[in-house]
Write a protein that binds this ligand. Structure first.
Ligand code: PML
Ligand code: MG
Length: 258
């Protein structure tokens, strides 16, 4: 990619009204693009907006903006897929993995109790000491932006790890890699709001990206994305990092964790 001019390309799509006017969130997307690739990049996000199992959008927006900060290259988190046979088993495993990252049992339970209240389209941030939500972004949540993974490098990585080279995994792993790269992130817990996609994950610096094949039932449109963090005092700089620091995931075989 030509490093001289890089654009952040973002899409959001909703039903009935725009998000800010109370419309139902359909989908969102993020990528980093060279100037020459902009037509292709915009089209990738256009296709995503128009074809989603949450519905057809009545409103969508694709925004391109030049990125002026240098792009940081980061190796992807290591990946493991945990096959489970029920949602209950999947959710128990998610709690066990969160405990492994250092979040206490009480805080995990407190976070889980709050999940039904969160009708947010972005992520929420929880302080691991109090279990309180600290992002202050109400129903918008935090939108992690300005990250990508070049398809060619992702496909090489996927082949070497014998995992499916699907764009959803690419996007989710790029996001989790960016989130976990920040010093105050302890863990991420996520499952999709796509009713046809039930695999989710728990991610952390030491456990890597742990996919869990069932974290919700088919047909359920409720998604979840929680970042557990250990630094209430630096929450503003953490949110700025999540929204603004450009990160390109790049797999370097020589620096691979396994
Ligand atoms: C999403 O689609 O919003 C999140 C997908 C999470 C799981 C991706 C995977 O590892 O298969
Ligand atoms: Mg989605």
């Amino acid at each position: 990619m030509d490093q001289s001019k890089i654009y952040s390309v973002r899409m959001r799509a909703s039903e009935k009204e725009s998000h800010e006017n109370g419309g139902k969130h359909i989908s969102g997307g993020e990528l980093l693009s060279s100037y020459n690739d902009l037509p292709m990049s915009v089209n990738t996000l256009l296709e995503k907006a128009l074809n989603h199992s949450r519905g057809k959008p009545d409103f969508f927006q694709i925004q391109c903006e030049i990125v002026n900060q240098p792009i940081k290259r980061v190796n992807p988190l290591t990946v493991q897929t945990n096959e489970v046979t029920t949602v209950k088993e999947g959710q128990e495993l998610a709690r066990t993995l969160l405990k492994k990252t250092g979040v206490s049992e009480d805080i995990i339970e407190k976070a889980y109790k709050q999940i039904p209240e969160y009708a947010v389209r972005g992520a929420i941030i929880i302080d691991i000491h109090t279990g309180e939500r600290i992002d202050g972004r109400s129903d918008k949540g935090v939108r992690v932006s300005r990250m990508d993974w070049q398809t060619e490098n992702f496909e090489k990585w996927a082949e070497s790890k014998t995992v499916p080279a699907n764009p959803r995994l690419k996007e989710a792993l790029a996001l989790a890699t960016k989130v976990c790269h920040h010093e105050s992130t302890i863990a991420e817990l996520c499952w999709s709001d796509d009713p046809e996609y039930i695999t989710g994950y728990v991610a952390g610096k030491h456990i890597g990206y742990q996919r869990i094949t069932q974290l919700k039932h088919y047909g359920d449109e409720r998604g979840c994305r929680i970042f557990f963090v250990d630094a209430l005092s630096t929450i503003d700089t953490n949110i700025t990092y999540l929204e603004e620091q450009p990160i390109m995931v790049q797999w370097e075989e020589d620096h691979d964790g396994r």
